[in-house]
Design a protein around this ligand. Structure first.
Ligand SMILES: [Fe+2]
Length: 265
């Protein structure tokens, strides 16, 4: 990655695979907008969500290679990696055992999984599943917890997730009010508590959900200072990436003892 440029660990630029970029032209527009925003590296994280997005990792890898070539050919100064935003369902243990999910990188030796909870609530059994993941050497990073309705209703609902060791990815647009006042308030509260590991764009569309990270960094700087803000958009993402990410192939954790409790979708 380019030193000094921002790192985005969550976006839906990969064309034609989920509710993000619809085709290569739109994906290139998003990539250009990301580079214009100061982003030097973007981890592409298409949804993996059984029942909705049935993506085979080999198919995603093939699309990723084509899109990476297109970005290089057009000269957009944006480096890319491939991971996924994996939905929490009762199929997750099997997906992990079968090496069907890619990781963002590592955090203190554990593989980092970008994990999406249902927007409506935190399902019963989630804590047990999180502990099972940790025992197997996987560190969940919860995608945009500030938009989860249980956490919107009660901030303390985040505590069991933090106690289980989860990292948190807050969406930059939430901090800037793009997802409403309540999500903005939660994002700011989580930031001030020091609970947030990274800010990311979760970009889906050039207009409706653009790849803007710098505006989030600016708000974060006002709330927690320049040094902490830099941690969220550069140092912490770089730490996660520094353990040899950008491999398109997924890798399974070394071992998974026991069984988690079933988690309803
Ligand atoms: Fe996402």
């Amino acid at each position: 990655m380019t030193t000094g440029r921002l790192i985005d660990l969550h976006c839906h630029l990969l064309p034609g695979v989920d509710d993000g970029a619809g085709d290569t032209l739109e994906a290139l527009a998003l990539a250009r907008a990301a580079a214009d925003d100061g982003i030097g590296f973007a981890m592409l994280t298409p949804h993996i969500h059984p029942g909705r997005y049935h993506h085979d990792i080999h198919m995603l890898t093939a699309v990723f290679r084509q899109f990476s070539s297109a970005v290089r050919r057009t000269g957009i100064p944006l480096r890319l990696g491939l991971a996924a935003e994996v939905r929490l369902t009762d199929e997750l243990p099997a997906q992990i055992r079968n090496r069907q999910v890619p990781y963002l990188g590592r955090w203190d030796g554990e593989r980092v999984l970008l994990l999406e909870l249902p927007h409506s609530h935190i399902p019963p059994g989630t804590e047990a599943l999180l502990r099972w993941l940790r025992r197997g050497g996987v560190r969940p990073m919860i995608a945009h917890p500030e938009r989860n309705r249980d956490i919107l209703r009660k901030l303390e609902k985040i505590d069991p997730l933090l106690e289980a060791g989860c990292l948190l990815q807050v969406t930059a647009g939430s901090l800037c009010g793009r997802f409403g006042e309540r999500a903005e308030r939660r994002a700011r509260q989580l930031l001030k508590r020091g609970a947030v590991t990274v800010l990311a764009t979760d970009a889906h569309h050039p207009v409706r959900r653009p790849p803007l990270l710098e505006e989030g960094r600016v708000v974060a700087e006002k709330l927690v200072g320049a040094e902490q803000a830099r941690l969220l958009v550069y140092d912490n993402p770089a730490k996660i990436l520094s353990y040899g990410q950008a491999r398109a192939r997924p890798a399974a954790p070394a071992r998974f003892p026991g069984r988690p409790h079933p988690v309803p979708a």
